[in-house]
Write a protein that binds this ligand. Structure first.
Ligand SMILES: Cc1cc2nc3c(=O)[nH]c(=O)nc-3n(C[C@H](O)[C@H](O)[C@H](O)COP(=O)(O)OP(=O)(O)OC[C@H]3O[C@@H](n4cnc5c(N)ncnc54)[C@H](O)[C@@H]3O)c2cc1C
Length: 572
């Protein structure tokens, strides 16, 4: 097994591998889209021993998969819709990630669910949460998260003093799990690469190859060099999220999925703005859905909204109204009211909403409540819908679907194959204090590094051993080390400055300056790794800063069209 390094060199090699494919020597499976569904499909197919390729038009996870609520959860609200199968499936996936496949990246988080009416709510919400926890209990197995508990008013105030006094007469505390979504997807891509997949980001699919009525691969464009080339494949999986219909049109398909986009916005506020026990958040019902107040490292993530998006899907962005909506709903339950000044970051994503109808034709389809895999054309299947938490099941379904009868001899293995960095993480955690002492970091920093890299932390330590300067905090974003910027370019596939500041790090919403204060330092660290000259380095900083400025300006606009126009102008 290789270590899945997404180095600049590896990207060149992967492109060569993709270009070298031919009608006589095609890939077994090619995947369009490097969100969690596409990355998961590439990992699934690669671990079955298939010859696999995957590309994303922009960065890994740059679509919806870096803009979620970052919860690996069963979805308590689906219980209200009596969707037991879906909840059971998601809970099983959550626990698999926590206990086996990604214990370094996915961690438990507690939520209080406040209620206003002592008896009715305690009975109703209580029975729902009891069912939720019971569904995640498997006889003879250790639970992945603690069971829920009831909190009276006094216990709730002590546990979550930041909750408004009149917001609740009591609460239930239950557990789910959280994950840095973009980091998870990038690790999934690296894991696929470690099993031999050829993976390249910033490569767009611009057309589909046909052999008779069969799709035989794609026409692609390297967005860095501008070069166009063919990638031949026996089967192609389209995991295009909200871009699915655009790709189906490109393939000139008669049939296809209908996917609408719905915008979900999150805001972040500093940790000290809401008083609570560590690692405890709130879930509260809104008129349409639920509001999450989720604890992260030094800040809270508050979301989300749910409104139709009719603008460019490349530029989802929050308006002033979205932010006010979130503040208003958070303030309904918080003791110390939040203001616009408290908002340090904002991000928006588009839910790929699967419509119950297919576009045309009667092609074969596997529909489940959550996701659908459909044959768009012979040898081209589209998969969409679902949620981050159930990506593994979606990926397995997609690969099974394109393999057809061949799937019988090549069953999915992903239930038992850990992601890179997972194996040995328990033992690594025992050595935290030793690492902290040797490198002069505090233990919190080491814990955080392990949560981000798992056992791949060894790669970073080697780099610091070679150049101790890399072990210093990053200027302008001290929560990160200089080595993390270096490693993002050297091994995590970052190609542009924004890839690092927004997804390998999360500075666009972790820090009030949205990453601008660290932009020059990061550009200087990665320039030699990525082969940038001074002009290129300056252009990257300028582009990133312009994008941040446009996002911030958009947050003062009143409507989606004006907001999207501002941000869209900085994308290309
Ligand atoms: C606000 C919000 C909150 C959410 N919260 C949660 C949560 O807490 N938990 C949970 O389980 N789920 C959550 N979800 C759902 C989850 O985020 C999505 O279901 C999931 O990320 C979708 O992943 P995907 O890979 O299907 O799509 P995407 O991540 O959008 O991936 C599609 C990819 O295709 C690429 N692409 C497009 N065109 C091309 C092309 N021409 N060539 C190559 N590549 C192309 C795009 O660049 C993109 O990266 C949330 C969703 C939203 C919007």
């Amino acid at each position: 097994m290789r270590n899945g390094e997404l180095s600049p060199n590896f990207r060149d090699q992967a492109l060569e591998t993709l270009k070298k494919t031919s009608a006589a020597d095609p890939l077994d499976v090619f995947v369009v889209g490097g969100g969690v569904t596409g990355a998961g499909s590439a990992f699934d197919a690669a671990t079955r021993g298939l010859k696999v390729g995957v590309v994303d038009a922009k960065d890994w996870a740059s679509g919806t998969s870096s803009r979620s609520s970052k919860l690996m959860h069963g979805g308590l609200r689906y219980l209200e819709m009596l969707d037991f199968k879906l909840v059971a499936e998601a809970l099983k996936e959550r626990d698999l990630l926590l206990q086996h496949t990604a214990p370094h990246l996915v961690e438990p988080v507690a939520f209080v669910f406040p209620f206003e009416h002592r008896l009715i709510d305690r009975a109703f919400i209580g029975s729902g949460v009891l069912l939720y926890d019971t569904m995640a209990t498997r006889p003879g197995r250790k639970r992945a998260v603690p069971m829920h508990r009831h909190l009276g008013k006094k216990a709730l105030s002590a546990h979550f003093p930041g909750l408004a006094d009149d917001a609740a007469v009591g609460a239930l505390e239950y557990y789910d799990a959280k994950v840095d979504d973009a980091r998870f997807v990038m690790t999934l891509v690296r894991s696929a690469v470690s099993y031999g997949a050829a993976a390249a980001n910033h490569v767009s699919v611009i057309g589909y190859l046909h052999d008779g009525d069969q799709v035989a691969g794609v026409r692609a464009r390297d967005e860095i060099s501008g070069e166009e080339f063919d990638i031949h494949a026996r089967r192609t999986i389209l995991a295009g999220g909200v871009w699915t219909e655009e790709q189906q049109d490109l393939a000139k398909a008669d049939a296809g999925l209908k996917v609408l986009a719905s915008k979900g916005v999150h805001i972040t506020v500093a940790e000290d703005k809401i008083k609570a026990d560590p690692n405890t958040g709130i879930i509260s019902k809104t008129e349409k859905s639920v509001l999450f107040v989720i604890p992260w490292e030094g800040y809270w993530v508050i979301g989300t909204t749910d409104t139709p998006w009719n603008e460019d899907v490349d530029a989802p962005v929050a308006t002033s109204q979205d932010i006010d909506y979130l503040l208003e709903h958070a303030n309904d339950i918080l003791a110390d009211k939040l203001t616009r000044d408290d908002v340090i970051g904002v991000y928006s994503g588009l839910r790929p909403l699967l419509q119950p109808v297919v576009k045309e034709g009667q092609a074969s389809t596997k529909v489940s409540r959550e996701h659908t895999v459909m044959e768009v054309e012979p040898a081209l299947a589209a998969i969409a819908g679902g949620k981050f938490t159930t990506y593994r099941v979606m990926a397995e379904d997609a690969v099974d679907f394109v393999l057809g009868d061949d799937a019988k001899d090549r069953r999915s293995l992903t239930e038992s194959v850990p992601l890179l960095g997972a194996q040995g993480v328990g033992a690594l955690r025992r050595g935290e204090s030793g690492i902290a002492e040797k490198y002069g970091w505090d233990e919190e920093r080491v814990k955080r590094l392990i949560r981000r890299y798992g056992t791949l932390i060894e790669d970073l330590l080697d780099l610091v051993d070679e150049d101790p300067e890399l072990g210093q905090p990053l200027e302008g974003a001290e929560r990160y080390l200089r080595v993390e910027a270096h490693y993002a370019a050297a091994a995590e596939g970052a190609v542009h400055l924004g890839d690092i500041l927004e997804r390998r790090m999360r500075l666009n919403y972790e820090s009030r300056d949205r990453g601008k204060n660290a932009a020059e330092a990061v550009a200087a660290i990665v320039a030699p790794v990525l082969g940038w000259d001074a002009e290129h380095e300056a252009a990257e900083v300028e582009k990133f800063n312009a994008h941040v400025d446009a996002q911030v300006a958009a947050e003062s606009t009143e409507d989606d069209a004006s907001a999207a126009a501002l941000v869209g102008a900085t994308l290309h």
